[in-house]
Write a protein that binds this ligand. Structure first.
Ligand code: NAD
Ligand code: WQD
Length: 340
């Protein structure tokens, strides 16, 4: 079985390639390196000892995609390629809609041309918008008007679009995977998150403070209704998340149509819990200061992962200490990310 991984050079895609190869799948990878480096492809090959075709290609490039499908017998696509910076999406929304929504349309059209109607899509907990209850379950209503940024709206639009594709043609099989907060790195220290510029997300920020690249972590608010006043999230180890994709491919093979699944641990940790765990397991003090709340943030967000367990047979195995330990190993061994 051959799987095309779009955005396979990126953070979650690269870890998923490793898990797929380790499970014996054939993969074909494409990426335009907009937010990643060729080095990650080299590392996937080193780590697994396996080779695979790679295409430097944009999902908006129809002819480029056709070449990939023509030269390979693709059974299923795992579709990571997309832009993901929430703040940037507010500033340049059209770029987000074009890349994420139009890119997915072009991809699906080319898939259909080549008779490939199986897709696993990287969605996000952000589709739930401002939550009315916790934990979040897949049956909670999703409403475009309740989503606070264009990035999140692209994810819900794509989910709805893919559901329409299925309604129009029941030969499609579509897994919509709603990730919570992926953090951590491969335990080898060879793969991890390599953000451009100053990180927007908490864990890469903590690890850059730890390595001395940034002086101090700003904690956005300590007056939320949580156990210590800081925001609570469902952090999930990227390797657990990657394994969830292998399970989703197995589910796709059962030809079950379209469905959405939360991929999270089901446990919420606060900003201070994460800082304290990072300090404890790595024996490093993290400088931080409390500042005002970040616009658009919610107090608490965590998943009910029961459906993924029941239907996909997937449960997260790794805990917050593993996430902190592996992040730090990656950061220490690669202080400049994939730039060698
Ligand atoms: P990433 O930026 O590391 O990976 C995305 C990859 O897609 C990058 O390598 C980028 O170069 C590539 N890409 C972007 N646009 C492309 C295009 N038009 N053509 C070809 N390649 C393109 O991000 P990630 O964290 O690995 O996220 C992967 C997917 O998961 C994204 O769709 C993201 O929205 C989604 N997601 C991520 C998170 C998170 O917190 N990291 C949470 C929920 C959902
Ligand atoms: C986590 C917590 C912050 C940075 C985002 C996207 C979401 C998804 C995952 C893609 C919050 C606090 C953060 C900092 C801080 N991505 N924080 N200081 O906001 O839950 O989710 O990434 O789909 O769509 O919105 O993640 O890591 O930015 O924040 O105090 O420097 O850390 O306030 O409580 P978030 P995050």
């Amino acid at each position: 079985m051959s799987i095309l991984v779009t955005g396979g050079a990126g953070y979650i895609g690269s870890h998923t390639c490793v898990e797929l190869l380790n499970e014996g799948y054939q993969i074909v990878v494409l990426d335009n390196f907009y937010n990643s480096k060729p080095q990650s492809i080299k590392r996937i090959k080193e780590l697994t000892g396996k080779d695979f075709p790679f295409y430097e290609c944009d999902i908006l490039d129809r002819e480029g995609l056709r070449k990939v499908f023509k030269e390979n017998n693709i059974d299923c696509v795992i579709h990571f390629a997309g832009l993901k910076a929430v703040g940037e999406s507010v500033k340049i929304p059209l770029k987000y809609y074009y890349n994420n929504v139009t890119g997915t349309i072009v991809l699906c059209e080319v898939m259909a041309e080549y008779g490939c109607k199986n897709i696993v899509f990287s969605s996000s907990a952000t589709v739930y918008g401002m939550p009315k209850k916790m934990p979040m379950t897949e049956t909670d209503p999703v409403d475009i008007a309740g989503i606070t940024n264009p990035y999140g709206r692209t994810k819900l639009m794509i989910e709805e679009m893919l559901r329409d594709v299925y309604r129009s043609d029941n030969e499609w099989n579509i897994a919509l995977l709603r990730y919570f907060n992926p953090i951590g790195a491969h335990e080898s220290g060879k793969l991890g998150e390599d953000p451009n510029g100053i990180p927007n997300n908490l864990m890469p920020y903590i690890s850059q403070v730890a390595i001395g690249k940034l002086p101090v972590l700003s904690i956005y608010g300590d007056d939320y209704p949580t156990h210590d006043g800081t925001g609570v999230r469902d952090y999930i180890h990227v390797v657990d998340l990657a394994k969830g994709h292998v399970k989703a491919v197995e589910w796709i093979n059962l030809k079950k149509g379209v469905d959405a699944f939360n991929l999270g641990t089901g446990t919420g940790y606060s900003v201070l819990d994460l800082v304290n765990s990072f300090s404890k397991v790595n024996d490093i003090k993290i400088n931080y200061k409390i500042v005002g709340r970040r616009a658009g943030d919610i107090a608490v967000c965590y998943s009910d992962p029961a459906k993924a367990k029941e239907v996909l047979g997937w449960t997260a195995q790794l805990g917050i200490d593993d996430m902190c330990r592996d992040t730090w190993r990656w950061q220490k061994l690669n202080p400049n990310g994939f730039d060698e």
